[in-house]
Design a protein around this ligand. Sequence first.
Ligand SMILES: Nc1nc2c(ncn2[C@@H]2O[C@H](COP(=O)(O)OP(=O)(O)O)[C@@H](O)[C@H]2O)c(=O)[nH]1
Ligand SMILES: [Mg+2]
Length: 139
Amino acid sequence: MKKIILIGRSGVGKTTLKQAMRKEKIEYHKTQYVDWSDYIIDTPGEYVENKNLSCALGLYAYEADVVGLLLSADDWFSVYSPNMVGLVNRDVIGIVTKTDLASPKSAELWLELAGCKKIFKVNSITGEGVDEIVEYLKQ
Ligand SMILES: Nc1nc2c(ncn2[C@@H]2O[C@H](COP(=O)(O)OP(=O)(O)O)[C@@H](O)[C@H]2O)c(=O)[nH]1
Ligand SMILES: [Mg+2]
């Protein structure tokens, strides 16, 4: 099983996705530290929102085989700069969360612009699309 690090703004749905991937009960839990459990590294959203903390994401990405960049279907901005995937020497996948709330199209385009070649779309509350990510990590 490949190890994935989940990266994205606060509230984008990293922890809920982690719970859905691990078939755990879905319950809100504020991530206050880099949370490393078996094959998923969950990170606080503040790490992409704060320039100093973002350095830690660069280091933790080395601990993973796959970097997952999350955007929500109802996001109205992207925290990822164009072609940023070129700076990462790991596989990078895009993940659009909350597909129940809005069309995933703009989030998909932002993730493509960042350089993601593979993009998954999930609704972590119902579990739709979640198994595809788990299967991808098993390959
Ligand atoms: N409607 C909907 N809400 C979601 C989904 N995924 C997460 N949420 C909600 O978004 C909020 C923030 O999720 P959380 O996983 O804590 O975000 P994190 O800060 O990125 O870890 C919570 O209230 C979740 O219930 C989803 O697929 N659909
Ligand atoms: Mg969290």
